[in-house]
Design a protein around this ligand. Structure first.
Ligand code: LLP
Length: 419
């Protein structure tokens, strides 16, 4: 359950009518419910009661510093994939020793930044990266704590763009060669092996792939032990799916149970990197209908939010429910809900049954709290939109709408163009 519900005909976020926020802030904007964020984080964390664990929220899903600060206050850590995410996490008050750093393409500057910060561990994705981290740590006179990200070759049965645990994917080190990687790590002066990591994909709606990954990682931990390599941290990544439409993903408790059972009697410290399951249904995108138009046998609803604001429908053909902020007794129509951008791929929904909304009406694009704002862009020189957080009966703009001047910040014209 989330806190975007109708009271009578009007949709509220917690105790605030969404229409009021839209009138005050303007549209489009992202809207997050504090109570939902908090409940989702706690429910996920509590599912692992009984074992030593650290929930490192995956910053890429939603990196607004107010959101990160909330998780920091709840004792959360952070899963980052860039120097920028590290910067945000620190600004939000996430403790360095609760930050894990994943990603196949860490640059020298990013590695140095993370080393100097003293993060919990690097999730290393290649032998070359391991060697580079060792070199940089040696220059800084530090020891780098690392886990190796294993590619377990498991089919997470999700969209191909967000499946990551198959051998054809670019992620991690192949299951078969990972032992060699650990042996090398053990020999490198400035590397301290502390963990093992995997992340098999995103929006996974079955429990089995997670169980398979757990089994294969446990087997590796035992093999490593026989070689005298002691693993302290087991990072199971993220990936638990949510309901966008009619999916029924495992409940966090169901997802956690096999992990808790497997680790109860071990000394291993568990790390999790959930993103979507915490924030996805804790946020919506609010947009206004600009125009209605009819094509040949087609109805179009043109909104002021486009693919640059919410990329998921365009990029993955992802489904987001779209509901009127104020329900009227209008009949239902079937329409394409499209944005203002000059591409046919600029849609929020295609052939969608929706109430017969008019220009000026507000629409709520549901389940947009994960990979919504973070994947947005300034394409077509459109201003990046505000993010708003509601707590009880109050709302706060936690990111202001950009202004035209922001669009050209940092740009300049060279002297040879001046006349
Ligand atoms: N850890 C690692 C190493 C990851 O690569 C990801 C997501 C996560 C954790 C968090 O996964 P989650 O719990 O959110 O499934 N833009 C796509 C999703 C891309 C996911 C990338 N990695 C979308 O909008 O569906």
């Amino acid at each position: 359950m989330h806190h975007f519900q109708y009271r009578g005909n009007e949709m509220y976020c917690e105790d605030v009518p969404i229409q009021i926020i839209a009138q005050k802030v303007g549209t489009p904007f992202y809207l997050y419910s504090h109570a939902t964020l908090k409940r989702h984080f706690s429910a996920f964390n509590d599912a692992f009661d009984g074992i030593n664990r650290l929930v490192c929220f995956s910053a890429k899903a939603n990196s607004n510093i107010a959101v990160l600060k909330l998780f920091a206050n709840l004792g959360g850590g952070l899963d980052i994939v860039s120097g920028g995410e590290l910067f945000r996490g620190l600004k939000a008050g996430i403790l360095p020793d609760r930050i894990v750093y994943s990603g196949v393409g860490k640059s020298v500057d990013e590695i140095d930044y993370a080393l100097k910060t003293g993060i919990l561990m690097f999730n290393v994705e290649s032998i070359e990266e391991l060697e580079l981290i060792n070199k940089r740590a040696s220059l800084l006179n530090l020891k780098a704590p690392v886990a190796i990200r294993v590619n377990p070759n498991i089919d997470s049965k999700t969209h191909p763009y967000i499946s990551t645990g198959l051998k054809k994917n670019k992620f991690g080190i192949d299951y078969k060669t990972v032992i060699e990687g650990y042996k090398l790590a053990g020999r490198l002066e400035n590397i301290e092996v502390i963990g093992i990591d995997c992340h098999i994909g995103s929006q996974i709606i079955e429990a089995q792939p997670f169980e398979d990954a757990l089994k294969s990682i446990k087997r590796l931990i035992d093999e490593l032990k026989d070689l005298g390599i002691e693993i302290r941290y087991l990072d199971m990544g993220g990936g638990l799916g949510i309901t966008y439409d009619d999916e029924s993903p495992p409940h966090p408790g169901e997802y956690a149970r096999p992990i808790v059972n497997a680790l109860e009697s071990s000394h291993l410290q568990l790390i999790l990197e959930p993103g979507r399951v915490i924030v996805g249904n804790a946020g919506i995108l609010v947009t206004r209908v600009l125009y209605r138009k009819s094509g040949r046998g087609k109805e179009f609803i043109v909104t002021d939010a486009g693919m640059n604001d919410l990329m998921r429908p365009t990029l993955y053909n992802a489904f987001h429910a779209i509901k009127p902020v104020v329900k009227t007794k209008e009949r239902l129509i079937t329409a394409d809900i499209v944005g203002p951008i000059c591409e046919s791929g600029d849609f929020l929904a295609v052939n969608r049954e929706i109430s017969d909304v008019k220009n000026g009406d507000f629409l709520a694009v549901m389940s947009a709290g994960a990979y919504g704002f973070t994947m947005s862009s300034n394409y077509c020189s459109r201003l990046r939109i505000p993010e708003v957080m509601v707590k009880d009966d109050l709302f706060y703009v936690v990111r202001a709408r950009q202004e035209y001047e922001d669009l050209i910040a940092g740009e300049s014209t060279p002297p040879f163009l001046e006349n």
